[in-house]
Design a protein. Sequence first.
Length: 239
Amino acid sequence: MILILGGTGEARQLAEELTTRDVRVVSSLAGRVARPRLPVGEVRVGGFGGPDGLAQYLRENRIEAIVDATHPFAERIGANAAKAAETTKTPLLRLARPGWRPGPRDVWHWADDLADAARQLPGLGRRVFLTSGRQGLPAFAHLDDLWFLIRCVDPPGPPLPRHHELLLARGPYEVAAERALLGRVDVLVTKDSGGAQTSAKLTAARELGKPVLVVRRPSRPDTETAETVPEAVEWVLHR
């Protein structure tokens, strides 16, 4: 059986592709989204209890290989997967879509993390379109002089910036709608998630000449990596 650490569109595609090839898969979701899009096949929701708990799960369920197809910023599960795979000698593949890259007309500023993004923001604009996810919102909560249009999938908890408007929505998004939202702000803040599902905001920012503050991806363990679902399918089939 193959364990897919999921929660992304690529993870769902991989589960479907492998299932059609009669490969038994179980997809693991962190459970941080209230109504996640479920993949085909067997699904488990919730954490494993760190690398030791994951290693125990691998042994008990006779997992033959792991594909870490989690979000590029899910660094904890990535580290846990690498440790558990090493402990149990289980083959591990990281399925990671390429990050975004600016074009000639893009006005991008890079931040090392959310705290760095919060430090840079006051110099880039007073009205902010914040699309970095609800778990990262506390990093911006102290910026009382700025106004935030915050977009999340699920309602966030405190602390939140004092001056804000909350927009609950799930991608994919269209360029025209993103252009309308960006017309209300001075700057866009996003993580370098990559992929096409949420890239419309970058296109809209380019068209409007708006600056974009992009948070770099965190470092991940040095493991074998695939950039596309077909590559990951081939890797699994060779196992």
